[in-house]
Design a protein around this ligand. Sequence first.
Ligand code: ADP
Ligand code: ASP
Ligand code: MG
Length: 413
Amino acid sequence: MKFGGTSMAGTERIRRVAGIVRRQQAAGHEVAVVVSAMAGETDRLVNFCREANALYDPAEYDVVVAAGEQITSGLLALTLQAMGCKARSWLGWQLPVRTDDAHAKARIETIDSDGLIASMKSGEIAVIPGFQGLSPDGRVTTLGRGGSDTSAVAVAAAVQADRCDIYTDVDGVYTTDPRIVAKARKLKYVTYEEMLELASVGSKVLQTRSVGLAMKERVRVQVLSSFIDDDAPPADDLPGTMIVSDEELEGLEMESQLITGIAADKNEAKVTLTRVADRPGAVATIFGPLAAANINVDMIIQNVAKDKGETDVTFTVTRADLARTQALLEGQKEAIGYFRMICDSKVAKISVVGVGMRSHAGVAATMFRALAERGINIQAISTSEIKTSVLIDEDETELAVRVLHTAYGMDAE
Ligand code: ADP
Ligand code: ASP
Ligand code: MG
């Protein structure tokens, strides 16, 4: 069972969580619980780091930001004990959750689960702070923002859990963020692949890495709400959204949906280089240095050459990487031979995702037409097998998501 930040925000909320955990145990399950820091706490800790040292050392950043989960794990264990349950906390370095040494975005390598399993078998509830791990040289690491989801899936895989229940502040995965579109519909099932795409294009309900790990380790994941009454049906009756494999879904769905979900991402920035020479190798001189600096490029457009054999190249990077991208490309101006660099971070990427796209034509056309009818201009397009994304003006994000939700016939009654 994993509980996110809103579910853990304060002692009163933690008491509700303890009640849900106790009920699962009373139903005969052995449970391990992974918790997030209280809502807002990690942001607060990140700000302290920035104030202390703008160019902070990621290893010390991890020492600071991992603290939020230490507090909530201890508090949940105390609350469970107050209810008469046996419970103890297992910090990341105690289990340990071994990771690589990529501080602030570490990857889990192994979890030693022997002690954990023995304690669970003895009837003790294990409470594990999410987000934190231990580097090969014995230092605290964190897994990147939203990383408690990944901790939970990794623990579930390590103890070979029957299921990994991700409790959050919405009661499942919706066709789009229910806080933006009131007509969003809850999905009973979503495939690993679709969830992976949705997470990677901006549905923050699950961290992308947690979905990739669940797919690889075949962990059954359910997303459900912790904001429930004491008489709510138990989690075993599947009141949330189950993440399933393609094969499982085929056996479940009456009629398959063309589009599963829509996501928006305001985390990207657009860069245009004008009048780049239209010759072999020109594009390599742009993206080579970016790759060497570990900057990920997402969408790319190269126009056909106009007169004089010159063309404009447009691409997107994350907003966090924009300043570095600008500095790098200014330094390479001679070598690349462009005329001007134009940057715009007031953009949003809107993506529609669905396995139905594999077998149906016209999904992208519907998207372009619906946006055009509302006067929304498309600045860039990219596609994959089960996803189509467009880049638009940031101010039109909510409108675009709503318009597309209607255009694909996904609105709830
Ligand atoms: P937690 O603190 O529990 O990890 P998050 O804030 O990380 O919770 O994720 C839950 C939020 O994800 C919801 O409040 C919702 O606004 C947002 N969200 C975005 N896209 C979706 C979606 N397709 N379905 C459900 N929630 C979504
Ligand atoms: N507390 C961490 C964060 O806010 C991890 C998590 O909640 O998943 O990013
Ligand atoms: Mg989260």
